[in-house]
Design a protein around this ligand. Sequence first.
Ligand SMILES: NC(=O)C1=CN([C@@H]2O[C@H](COP(=O)(O)OP(=O)(O)OC[C@H]3O[C@@H](n4cnc5c(N)ncnc54)[C@H](O)[C@@H]3O)[C@@H](O)[C@H]2O)C=CC1
Ligand SMILES: [Mg+2]
Length: 348
Amino acid sequence: MIQSSMSALRPLRTLLFGGHYSLTRFCSGFVSRIRYINKLKENDAACLSALQNGHIFLFHRLMPLLQCSVPETFRPIALSYSEVQSVLHKSGSDGSLLKESILIGCSEQNHAQFCLDVGELDPAAIIKNCKGTFMDLRKAFFLLEGAEAPLVAKAQALLRWHQINRFCGATGQLTQRNQAGSQRTCSSSSIVYYPKMSPVVIVLVSDGKRCLLGRQSSFPRGLYSALAGFCDIGETLEEALRREVAEEVGLEVQNIIYSSSQHWPFPHSSFMLACHATVSPSHSQLNVDHLELEDARWFTEEEITCALQVKAPPWRDHRPAAWLPPKHAVAHRLIMEWKEQQHSNDTE
Ligand SMILES: NC(=O)C1=CN([C@@H]2O[C@H](COP(=O)(O)OP(=O)(O)OC[C@H]3O[C@@H](n4cnc5c(N)ncnc54)[C@H](O)[C@@H]3O)[C@@H](O)[C@H]2O)C=CC1
Ligand SMILES: [Mg+2]
């Protein structure tokens, strides 16, 4: 049976029931932004006009344009319509590309936010004009600050979805996007396609004193993460989670507790459903399927503390025993929650 994590609900509760004034203020801004985005998805003319007053994030072949704010910390660059027009002109484009921008959100200052892939243009000219750099998103996830990482991830996922859904699966005809880029329609069959996420379970298994992490051979050297796997069609979250753990490390888990969820752009937009689960210490012997995982092992709290201190990604000449996913990854959150739980167990 799935249980809801009370700690995960607490911030929303405080926000909603923390006082009439904050509730009104929170809802008015939030609700109006949500409704504005929805309107832009449904109304092509309104979306085009919002684009002219909006903020645009550039990508080159799915790599976001980032700027170094403080050493080792990067932020995506938000450009205005006229700034992008000028960058495109300087790169030899007539500016018509701008209409291919895709709606990704609305800032707290009520600016519609868009992304645009300029993959056909010379990146060097854009980098020079914008004083930024195009960076692989997997690397950027270790260097991006704060709330912008999910926005960049969403933008990349939508750009990729449009690139690979240009044709209708039923008729083979070209599909046409709406102005917001929230759907594509086949003009021949009228089938409407919407961006999709694949559900993935991710679980941090604990035996009470240690937590279980694994690595695939494709991971960067020394990187360990929580166990994860795609849900099979027809499975519940709990069934998928129990199956994945059994397949990958040969354990039967109990006490599944839901933690939180996350959109993850790799490889093709996953909807990560993150949980904690336990095994009894007497049933913690691992039987790793080496076709799926290169390694899996139990980590003590001290080992986790050490791994968290590794500045990621580690330099080539620094080969730590283990290091962990970036703070924007839900695996990181699961590990931090487990560590906190260990700490509160110790102080009880
Ligand atoms: N955000 C986070 O904290 C983390 C995210 N992840 C993500 O979780 C995802 C799943 O983890 P894995 O261990 O690789 O899954 P997995 O254990 O299910 O193995 C992947 C294999 O499953 C098959 N598969 C079944 N359905 C699929 C689908 N819809 N899309 C792609 N492959 C499918 C493919 O053969 C693929 O090679 C990965 O894409 C990874 O990026 C993994 C760890 C941490
Ligand atoms: Mg897996």
